[in-house]
Design a protein. Structure first.
Length: 272
């Protein structure tokens, strides 16, 4: 499933052809959405932003297109008149004079008023977006100290969108590795210095993945590994997906376990 950085990058691409432009035509596969099509065609797109793993395309007609890719959804952007080369099922298409945005295979799509957004069951329960520019380490420490979260294992907490929105499976492993913290520990078990380090790395790794389009390792390490002939897949992450391969820091083989029915990757030496 795409995580916060990937959804934000998709929103950036879509914004290039939609924001500030009039919707000339639109397609909605759902009959329920088609009934609201007259309020979309002719409207101007005001913004394309994200809340965690959800994307919000806002129109000046007062509607917002809510979409969540889930496991299989994918956005494409094309020039005007071109269509994506894919066998996926088209769910939504928005066309302007600048280009087209196409959403395929997603199953969670709605057109909502401001009132509907405020009451949406997913949006109303998620925590702060980990990529929000206003979010800082102190905010994250406060949430780690919150009674709702303080006694939960970090392995579970870092997949809970009510804690922080936008963190998924690869970011969980990468953040906890870079913070040097065992995923079985709880916030209540951590010293203040560890809490500060965890909060700092939560922001650093999430934002690095966004700004580098997918890397969580440092640029210096990625350059070195690329020069050694490794593929992007092999040098992208510190530990995620690298079971039995050597830790980039200490050389210890990375181990894989399961937490929250998802793979969790750890260096037993670097994370104590």
């Amino acid at each position: 499933m795409p995580e916060g950085p990937e959804i934000r990058l998709a929103a950036d691409r879509i914004a290039t052809v939609l924001v500030g432009r009039r919707v000339e035509d639109a397609f909605f596969a759902s009959p329920k959405l088609r009934r609201q099509q007259p309020r979309v065609v002719g409207a101007t797109v005001m913004a394309v932003d994200t809340r965690g793993k959800a994307m919000l395309t806002r129109f000046d007609s007062g509607l917002t297109l809510y979409s969540h890719n889930q496991l299989y959804g994918r956005w494409y952007v094309t020039d005007t008149g071109a269509e994506p080369a894919t066998s996926r099922s088209l769910r939504v298409a928005l066309h302007t004079t600048k280009g087209s945005a196409w959403l395929y295979s997603a199953s969670d799509i709605e057109l909502l008023s401001e009132r509907g957004l405020a009451r949406h069951p997913f949006l109303s329960r998620i925590g702060p977006d980990v990529l929000d520019d206003d979010l800082n380490a102190a905010d994250i420490i406060a949430r780690l100290d919150d009674a709702r979260f303080v006694r939960r294992a970090l392995s579970a907490l870092y997949l809970d969108q009510s804690f922080l929105a936008g963190i998924g499976n690869y970011l969980r492993s990468e953040i906890l590795f870079c913070a040097g913290i065992d995923p079985t520990r709880r916030p209540v078990d951590l010293r203040r210095a560890e809490l500060r380090r965890l909060a700092t790395e939560t922001l650093r790794i999430s934002r690095r993945s966004y700004t580098t389009r997918g890397l969580t390792v440092t640029r210096a390490l990625s350059r070195r590994l690329r020069a050694e002939g490794l593929s992007y897949r092999d040098y992208r992450f510190w530990v995620f997906g690298r079971e039995r391969e050597p830790c980039w820091r200490c050389g210890t083989p990375v181990t894989r376990s399961s937490a929250g029915s998802r793979g969790l990757f750890v260096c037993g030496v670097c994370q104590t």
